[in-house]
Ligand binder design. Structure first.
Ligand code: PLP
Length: 426
């Protein structure tokens, strides 16, 4: 029955019966494999969104699917009322993989951010002796950390925030990539500041890459004042930006970056999205022992958090990242992508202002107002030409394919993108 429905039928169903909380491109996908997805009519596309970087390992990666099937057939969910035989192994693996002490497992990214906020506040009251209910967490303008009521309370996006008040207090926003503003806020709020929550590259905002020294210097300023440095690597992490984490800086080890000179040690690290290779919602908060240990039984939790299926999927997904050297591949391919777009579009076309990014998290800025339809129309045309990408903030197009792409595939994709955008020239 379902097989007989056309793309138009299926879009009409979503429109009729679903909440209109997204504005999708008019493409209905039915199958995915590696860097490709297919629509219900059988047309094949390169996926240049990767589910907002959740599918870094490629669609339906066979190794992750196998681990998932095996665990689903064995034991999927116990709740945390009991121990399970995968969780401890997973927590050890994850801690060592990212050079942290302890893990608190959750499901979605927003839940992990909420968890980090609670952990930071509790640490602030217990360890830093901040007076009750006075803790401040500093955040950045144009941030994206998820969609829950607390998180949108410190968003600067009117769509995300408007008419959802009253808002959660306790957050102070400073401009992104502005060390002086951060230091001024640290000064102004003094001993009340518990943490600084930041994306090492702002993905949703349009792939804003801060100055090389912003993150290390921000972390140092926090450390100096006993303020927790909290890195939200939900989108930038797991090899996306050409290193295991973006806080590894431009290090090419592609594996365990703790020992690299460029590494910025976070107090709390937030992961989600590609930690499961897109097979299952898995997120995690990692922290140093003295921070994580402020949380006691009953103070935080989730029915599904840390379930055996999630553990098995995430462990396989992280193995794939190392085995297939995805960080190195993202670094090499990302450089090639930006070089080609720079030479063949930015320098040749009035329509493209710039290309920016790290690894395979890149954005092309269209030289038109954010209110124009140009970027949307380009994305519709790209889809017709076999490549899926989505505009963000009107005139910015994000390009983030699965990291399992080959050089030949990337070159073909660059050809499609360049030819499509050039077809919009006046
Ligand atoms: C996607 C994202 C989130 C939210 O993750 P969800 O799984 O959608 O709740 C939080 N922070 C960043 C940086 C993200 O990219």
């Amino acid at each position: 029955m379902q097989d007989q429905l056309s793309s138009a039928d299926l879009m009409a169903l979503e429109n009729e019966y679903g909440a209109h909380n997204y504005h999708p491109l008019p493409v209905v996908l039915a199958k995915g494999e590696g860097v490709y997805v297919w629509d219900v009519e059988g047309k094949r596309y390169y996926d240049f969104l990767s589910a907002y970087s959740a599918v870094n390992q490629g669609h339906s990666h066979p190794k992750i699917v196998a681990a998932m099937m095996e665990q689903a057939n064995t034991l999927a969910l116990t709740s945390r009322a009991f121990y399970n035989d995968r969780l401890g192994v997973y927590e050890k693996t994850l801690s060592e993989y990212f050079g942290m002490d302890k893990v608190l497992p959750m499901n979605s990214g927003a839940e992990a951010v909420e968890t980090a906020i609670k952990l930071c506040r509790k640490w602030g009251y217990e360890k830093k002796q901040i007076p009750a209910n006075q803790a401040i967490i500093i955040v950045c303008g144009q941030n994206f950390h998820g969609r829950t009521t607390t998180i949108i309370s410190f968003s600067s996006d009117p769509d995300a925030k408007g008419q959802f008040g009253p808002y959660t207090p306790g957050f102070v926003s400073v401009p992104y990539n502005d060390l002086g503003a951060l230091e001024a806020a640290l000064e102004e709020y003094g001993d009340r500041v518990a943490g600084f929550l930041v994306e090492p590259i702002q993905g949703e905002a349009g792939v804003f890459v801060p100055d090389e020294d912003f993150i290390p210097k921000a972390a140092a300023a926090c450390k100096q004042r006993n303020v927790l440095f909290i890195a939200d690597e939900i989108q930038t992490g797991i090899a996306r930006t050409g290193s295991l984490l973006r806080i590894c800086g431009d290090c090419s080890c592609g594996g365990h970056c703790e020992k690299q000179e460029t590494y910025t040690q976070p107090d709390i690290l937030i992961l989600g999205k590609a930690i499961s290779g897109g097979l299952y919602p898995v997120s995690a908060v990692l922290a140093k022992k003295e921070i994580m240990d402020v949380i006691q039984p009953g103070q935080h939790g989730s029915t599904f958090g840390g379930n055996p299926l999630a553990c098995a999927v995430a462990m396989a997904a992280l193995e794939v990242v190392k085995e297939e050297k995805l960080a190195q591949n993202a670094r090499a391919l990302g450089q090639r992508f930006r070089d080609r777009i720079q030479a063949e579009l930015v320098e040749q076309s009035e329509l493209v202002s710039l290309v920016r990014g790290k690894g395979l998290l890149n954005a092309v800025v269209i030289n038109d107002s954010p209110d124009s339809k140009t970027a949307w129309n380009i994305c519709v045309k790209l889809a017709e030409n076999g490549l899926l990408a989505k505009p963000t903030h009107g005139n910015i197009i994000r390009f983030a394919p699965p990291l399992v792409m080959t050089v030949e595939q990337l070159d073909e994709c660059c050809n499609i993108i360049i030819a499509t955008i050039k077809s919009f020239e006046a």
